[in-house]
Design a protein around this ligand. Structure first.
Ligand SMILES: Cc1cc2nc3c(=O)[nH]c(=O)nc-3n(C[C@H](O)[C@H](O)[C@H](O)COP(=O)(O)O)c2cc1C
Length: 270
């Protein structure tokens, strides 16, 4: 009697989702948050984490190279991390962007990266992608909320769906001197950068056991990009968006694929 035929199925285990973690930092706090975000991304099966830094301005690079202070040390520690390109953004199924605050806004380097995406905006390449933001501030009220919310605005123009940190996330209701906003993961670095992100701050960045941001964001990406949270299209006014974010909704704006907006875009390009 012939032996039963056995077949080996050649199943390729290809990552189904590519999550881009892109950050900017001067003193390393946002880098620490970014690494925690990356760890959260990597903990989800079928998801590939792409880790990038926002390109530094040449004149700042020159200063950092010539210096010998703490910022130079942090700069040199990042030598093996590739700068983010437009292709990285285009190829990402979902980007997560982190920037320290500068007067309540993202840094110029992160803004320059986002401002270089005109071709992605015109082609609608980023539309419908889930996105999240995270930040570091020196002080408790130095801009955790404003930095996150202002970082969201260009992402909404690009047509992305923004997710904040739901209040069901562990440790969100607190009065301590640490991060934890509904708009994105945050940390408080201290006026001299003397503080480190707390364990709670890092959990909010991407701990897989966290029922909030990390889990809802990453698991939704693994489900083929379908959003598991509730979507909300709002009027586009920041306080209105902020209200939705506080309620745990994902945000959506009108991307350039809407015919009227596209016509306007075409006019701008003339
Ligand atoms: C020009 C400038 C503006 C800043 N503005 C603020 C601010 O508005 N609020 C605040 O809390 N910290 C402010 N900081 C401090 C940085 O946000 C702080 O150094 C940063 O969060 C540390 O993150 P990093 O270690 O990732 O660089 C500012 C720093 C600089 C250099």
């Amino acid at each position: 009697m012939p032996a039963p035929r056995t077949e080996t199925l050649n199943i390729q285990t290809k990552p189904i989702m590519k999550v881009l973690v892109v950050y900017h930092t001067t003193y390393g706090h946002t880098l620490q948050l970014a690494r925690a975000v990356e760890a959260g991304v990597k903990s989800v099966a079928g998801v590939e984490a792409v880790f990038r830094r926002a390109p530094e301005f040449p004149h700042v690079e020159k200063e950092l190279e010539a210096g010998d202070g703490y910022a130079t040390k942090i700069w040199k520690d990042q030598k093996d991390i590739q700068p983010c390109t437009l292709d990285d953004l285009r190829e990402a199924d979902g980007p997560l962007l982190g920037s320290p605050t500068r007067y309540g806004n993202m840094t110029a380097a992160m803004k320059a990266l986002i401002a270089s995406t005109a071709s992605l905006w015109l082609s609608g390449a980023m539309e419908g992608k889930p996105a999240g933001v995270f930040t570091s501030t020196a002080t408790t009220h130095g801009g955790q909320e404003t930095t996150c919310v202002t970082m969201m605005i260009p992402l909404i123009h690009l047509g992305m769906l923004i997710v904040g940190v739901p209040y069901s996330s562990e440790g969100m209701l607190h009065t301590e001197g640490r991060g934890g906003t509904p708009y994105g993961a945050t940390t408080t670095a201290g006026p001299k950068g003397e503080l480190a992100p707390t364990a709670e701050d890092l959990v909010r960045c991407g701990n897989p056991s966290d029922p909030g941001w990390g889990k809802s964001l990453l698991e939704s990406m693994t489900r083929g990009g379908l959003w598991v949270g509730k979507g909300a299209v709002t009027c586009g006014v920041t306080p209105c968006h902020a209200r939705w974010a506080r309620a745990g909704f994902a945000l959506a704006g009108y991307g350039p694929r809407r015919p009227t907006v596209k016509c306007q875009a075409a006019r701008w390009m003339e």
